[in-house]
Design a binder for this molecule. Structure first.
Ligand code: NAD
Length: 458
């Protein structure tokens, strides 16, 4: 059992802290946000992740998990301090390391015994070296502090499961002492451990994320071509998936990748390459394709409808993917302002992300358009002229093709997640636009929309 402190209680820090406690370690989670700490102490998770809150309550009650803003008390006698604070994108694409630097300084001024500092946040190659130097420079007490890299690979929406059942744990160390300490911390998890040096560990994180981003952008690129040449991207992906060299995951075409990782990590690696005089053309292409893809459905619908002015527009899903309340880089954030600008009256549904979205786009009028948050899909699509699907929540998948036909005023659906079968939507007489698949423009819908548009203009 180790005494562990975790800096930052976001998706990475809190999940790591809770899982370390679940594995029997003595954990203190530190955050600068007093409200978050109060919330956590009262048994409420500040983020939505399956099973997280239950494990928080269980381990807090058992006395092996605590939360505080008092970093000094948490860091002073810890065996290991994990850093899980944010490394957001800066305007030039580089990673903002100021939160890491603040924690490093706080550690240097607090530790009273030898300890290992482990960087879990995603950081550019070479950052661990700098963090170690930084801590040495500011150390107050005569203690040994070493830095190790332990990048995180969890996916939001299944973060607890991904941590407890990780496919691999990457540890990047520069000494036997650090390697053995990290191996000891992870021993109860009983997971495969890949031990490398610090710089390789830092690179494994970016290389993995950017490879997945590339895979998504590649499939989206192929999907767009499929539409032009009459192929079906889902059949193409299925055919490809049997090849073990390709694999069956991350072959789904859609409206591009979002979230707090892929967008910023592609840009950060591109930036790092440029800093080193190298052009990372594959990653640049993934970034460019994704930028176009995010508004693909809006562009398609704009061509079909001419204007959204006065139309009731259903938006199903606001978060960047299901299972999370995180909106960072979500397609909804790009598309909804465009729809509002065009005068759309939006009825948005999301089972957990609506409150966060309402902080950015409050309910009510926005220029010519308006936004209303509704509590179920039926309410959103009822009497709607057009529907956009941005997130494949279970509640959305439960809606059958015939319900769009029955409930919508004009059953025109733009699906960014390819939830439905094209044939079933056709049978239900829904005009269905998806990604990389056939679309049949139904003349009657076009006429109806023209009537709607006429009414909206007059
Ligand atoms: P987040 O923004 O959700 O959480 C960061 C937390 O750190 C916040 O609660 C903030 O208040 C806190 N914080 C800031 N300064 C602090 C300080 N001095 N002391 C203590 N706490 C402080 O971030 P996140 O999504 O958990 O990501 C953290 C890092 O992990 C990033 O580098 C990210 O790229 C990486 N990562 C994220 C994911 C993911 O799915 N979110 C997955 C793998 C890696």
């Amino acid at each position: 059992m180790y005494k562990i402190a975790v800096a930052g209680t976001g998706y990475v820090g809190l999940v790591a802290g809770v899982c370390f406690a679940e594995m029997g370690h003595q954990v203190t989670c530190v955050d600068i946000d007093q409200n978050k700490v109060q919330l956590m102490k009262s048994g409420i998770s500040p983020i939505y992740e399956a099973d997280l809150q239950d494990l928080m309550i269980k381990n807090y009650k058992a006395g092996n998990l605590n939360y505080t803003t008092d970093y000094q008390s948490a860091y002073k006698d810890a065996d290991a301090i994990f850093i899980g604070v944010g490394t957001p994108e800066q305007p030039d694409g580089s990673a903002n390391l100021s939160y890491i630097a603040t924690v490093a300084r706080q550690i240097a001024e607090s530790v009273e015994k030898d300890c290992l500092v482990i960087v879990k946040s995603t950081v550019p190659v070479g950052t661990n070296d700098k963090v170690e130097q930084f801590i040495q420079d500011f150390l107050i007490n005569d203690v040994r502090v070493e830095v190790a890299s332990n990048p995180e690979f969890l996916a939001q929406g299944s973060a607890v499961h991904d941590t407890l059942h990780a496919e691999r744990v990457i540890i990047g160390t520069e000494s036997k002492w650090a390697e053995e300490l990290l191996q000891g911390i992870y021993k109860p998890f009983n997971l495969p451990i890949v031990s490398v040096n610090r710089r390789s560990a830092e690179m494994i994180k970016y290389a993995s994320n950017d490879f997945l981003a590339l895979k998504i952008s590649y499939m989206n690129d192929i999907a767009n071509l499929c539409e032009l040449v009459g192929a079906d991207i889902q059949d193409v992906a299925r055919g490809m998936s049997f090849d073990e060299r390709i694999g069956s995951k991350f072959l789904n075409a859609g409206i591009g990748f979002g979230g707090s990782c892929f967008p910023k990590d592609t840009k950060a690696l591109d930036y790092l390459a440029k800093q080193n005089g190298y052009e990372l053309k594959t990653v640049q292409a993934a970034i460019d394709v994704n930028k176009e893809q995010k508004t693909m459905l809006y562009k398609k619908a704009s061509r079909r409808l001419i204007t959204f002015n006065g139309l009731k527009v259903a938006v199903l899903g606001l978060t960047f993917k299901p299972g999370t309340d995180d909106l960072r880089e979500a397609a909804s954030l790009e598309n909804i302002p465009l729809l509002l600008e065009q005068g759309a009256d939006i009825y948005a549904f999301d089972p957990v992300g609506a409150d966060n979205f309402a902080k950015v786009h409050p309910e009510g009028r926005h220029g010519r358009g308006s936004i209303t948050y509704v509590s179920n899909v039926e309410e959103a699509i009822k009497d709607a002229n057009v529907c956009f699907i941005f997130t494949e929540w279970g509640e959305v998948k439960d809606i059958t093709p015939s319900m769009y036909k029955e409930l919508m005023r004009t059953s025109l659906v733009y699906d960014g997640r390819n939830i439905y079968s094209v044939d079933e939507m056709e049978q239900a007489q829904v005009e269905y636009h998806s990604i990389g698949r056939k679309t049949v423009e139904r003349q009657n819908i076009k006429e109806l929309n023209e009537r709607e548009l006429h009414a909206a203009r007059s």
